[in-house]
Design a protein around this ligand. Structure first.
Ligand SMILES: *Cc1c(COP(=O)(O)O)cnc(C)c1O
Length: 400
């Protein structure tokens, strides 16, 4: 079978809920992937930051294979010897008292929302059924019905209602608007330190800090969705670290397992996560020993191999070089660490055709929204590989 055949079969039998580039990958190593024709590409998407440690990281693979041969799933009816160590290691690394494991990012977000509501009723004393959670316009927190219900992206919601009540939307980056929307029944404010899917939107300096102060003043939890910005992507362990803000609740996922297995988690202190009693919440696969062993190693790789520092250094370089590209198409270059976005002008006729052209040049990236190209390579990337990528990016943005 060749590329055309695979595409035909997929488009026949698989629901078309995505519009992938026409490249069929079969192998990956570090920042590189190979398609079924043997052509090599530099991965500048990292599966939306799930591959911070690069493709097929050998240490994580060994941990996975070793654990797969021993014990993969117990369900939480029994205990296993990996979950306690993941919980301890993740809490020690991030400075939170407790963790609750889930599988996907959306599940971690749902868990954080449940925790916040429970805290609102049991600790803050909000009357039953009245808890409100403030979210930001342009957010992306996943695809469950509750989560898309408070998305401002019409397509995410269209045809999927009715939605869960209790969510208020404010403009992203506007702390005054946040304050104005707070009521006595507000229990949480959920925010991404940078809006990744929203188009790599970086809020004004001091925004998270002011949001933190407001939430302290009005007794409201700050939930930072760090599923994309966390675990080194923007050059710090957590994106909130850029403003030295400590959220009450943090969601992590994606790179938590280095691309091997879906593992997500909610982190918080005992006054919040301690409110869960047996039976309140759960998931068959969450906290399984295979995922836990993989996540333990994935986190160690991030720290021990200096990937967070590398993201900061290479990210500065990438952003600087992107900003110097002289192209009539570029409206703005923004980002932090290795999460960068190039917003194109309306007359560039969309980012998709640039992503297609870059694919032909051997570089894989994805447009986010109509007109933003996101460049987010694995954090293991070297200066040399970045130069290779920049040569192609510059070529396509100046000659297409
Ligand atoms: C990807 C993402 C999610 C959802 O994660 P899934 O694993 O796809 O459910 C949630 N929040 C943010 C910020 C994300 O980038």
């Amino acid at each position: 079978m060749d590329t055309e055949d695979y595409i035909a079969v997929e488009d026949t039998y698989n629901a078309r809920n995505y519009e992938p580039l026409d490249v069929v990958l079969e192998r990956g190593e570090g920042v590189w992937v190979w398609d079924v024709e043997g052509k090599r590409y530099l991965d500048c998407l990292s599966s939306y930051s799930a591959l911070n440690q690069g493709h097929a990281h050998p240490r994580i693979r060994r941990a996975m294979v070793r654990q797969a041969a021993k014990l993969t799933l117990t369900g939480r009816a029994f205990r296993n010897d990996q979950l306690p160590l993941l919980a301890k290691e993740l809490c020690e690394l991030t400075g939170y008292e407790m963790m609750l494991p889930m599988n996907t990012g959306a599940e971690a977000v749902e868990t954080a929302l449940k925790a916040a509501r429970k805290w609102g009723y049991e600790v803050k004393g909000v009357p039953d059924g009245q808890a409100e959670i403030i979210v930001c316009a342009g957010n992306f927190h996943g695809r469950t019905i509750t989560i898309v219900g408070f998305s401002t992206e019409e397509q995410y919601k269209d045809g999927f209602g009715p939605f869960t009540p209790g969510f208020i939307t404010v403009p992203y980056g506007d702390a005054d608007a946040l304050e104005a929307s707070i009521t006595p029944t507000t229990v949480a404010f959920m925010v991404e330190p940078i809006q990744g899917e929203g188009g790599v939107r970086v809020p004004p300096d001091g925004y998270l800090k002011r949001a933190r102060e407001l939430c302290d003043r009005y007794d409201i939890l700050v939930i930072a969705d760090e599923i994309q910005t966390g675990l080194g992507r923007i050059g710090k362990l957590l994106g909130s670290d850029w403003e030295n803000v400590r959220p009450d609740v943090v969601t992590v996922g994606k790179a938590l397992s280095g691309g091997y297995y879906p593992v997500s988690a909610v982190l918080a202190d005992r006054p919040v996560l301690g409110l869960f009693s047996p039976g309140d919440h759960g998931s068959t696969f969450a906290g399984n020993p295979l995922g836990a062993a993989v996540a333990r190693e994935a986190v160690k790789v991030l720290v021990e191999e200096g990937l967070i520092e590398n993201a900061r250094l290479q990210g500065e370089y990438l952003l600087g070089r992107l900003a110097r590209i002289e192209s009539d198409y570029i409206a703005e270059v923004r980002g932090r660490g290795l999460l960068t976005g190039v917003e194109l002008k309306p007359d560039a006729r969309g980012a998709r055709r640039f992503a297609e052209a870059l694919k032909d040049e051997g570089l894989l990236c994805k447009e986010t929204h109509e007109n933003v190209l996101r460049f987010a390579p694995p954090l293991v990337i070297t200066r040399e590989d970045l130069d290779w990528a920049l040569e192609r990016i510059e070529k396509v943005l100046t000659t297409l």
